[in-house]
Design a protein. Structure first.
Length: 249
């Protein structure tokens, strides 16, 4: 028997043989990565298919007796046709219709960059002279990733607490403020420059806007009738004092 191992490879897996002989664009996504590796590694080899009944490795899985196994020429000598290359089984690749349909879409093209340019080179193995150093650096990388995840959780928890506090402040504190009662002859005493007040409008009370008194506007009688306010967005507006509610802090 003359068989050049450098030029021929025998395979018992017809499914893999299908993938190897078809074009890259026709390979399913499941086997795309393996097909590329096999074709690159064995580009100078010729692939031959061996029927499953000629596979010696399957004898033990078929449940034969010890006597049959001992007398089996397939196990001891291999298939009967192995010594004569001209009698080797022939096989023609058959591409399924579903596989051909893949060539009309861009899915197989999109997956190639993911396979070739994945995240497998986060750590350059060629930079390390020993396994101990590589493991130590890998541990540091995992530790850093874990710290980042915990920091993100702490930040999200902090934001949640702030939002919860702001909601309770609007719902409980602002809605519980005492109404601004008008006192005859003494209403302007409650209005001072720099005071924080709520601007009354048609919306619910907890939605009233906050503002700071910037200036007082008095009438001809010297009584404060209106004020100039600076809202949270920086705008200056004028409101009568009867439309203001002092914020009790």
């Amino acid at each position: 028997m003359r068989w050049d191992a450098k030029s021929d490879i025998l395979t018992f897996a017809k499914l893999h043989e299908d993938c190897i002989n078809i074009d890259n664009s026709q390979a399913t996504k499941k086997y795309c990565n393996r097909v590329l590796e096999i074709k690159e590694t064995t580009q100078n080899y010729d692939w031959k298919y061996v029927p499953t009944e000629s596979n010696p490795a399957d004898l033990q899985t078929r449940g034969i007796s010890s006597t049959q196994f001992k007398e089996s020429t397939l196990w001891m000598q291999g298939p009967s046709w192995i010594s004569d290359e001209t009698s080797w089984p022939t096989w023609t690749p058959q591409v399924k219709q579903e596989t051909l349909l893949l060539t009309t879409t861009d899915d197989s093209e999109k997956i190639k960059p993911c396979v070739l340019n994945g995240i497998s080179k986060i750590i350059d193995l060629s930079r390390f002279s020993s396994l101990k150093k590589l493991l130590r650096v890998t541990c540091y990388v995992f530790k850093f990733v874990n710290i980042c995840k915990k920091a993100n959780k702490r930040y999200n928890h902090k934001v949640t607490l702030i939002e919860h506090f702001a909601k309770r402040w609007r719902m409980e504190y602002l809605t519980g403020l005492r109404e601004f009662h008008r006192v005859a002859g003494d209403q302007s005493a409650h209005v001072k420059i720099g005071s924080v007040v709520q601007i009354m409008d048609n919306s619910p009370r907890m939605m009233w806007k906050l503002a700071v008194i910037e200036d007082l506007i008095t009438g001809n009688d010297g009584v404060v009738r209106a004020v100039k306010l600076r809202t949270s967005n920086g705008l200056i507006t004028t409101r009568p004092i009867v439309k203001l509610v002092p914020l009790e802090i």
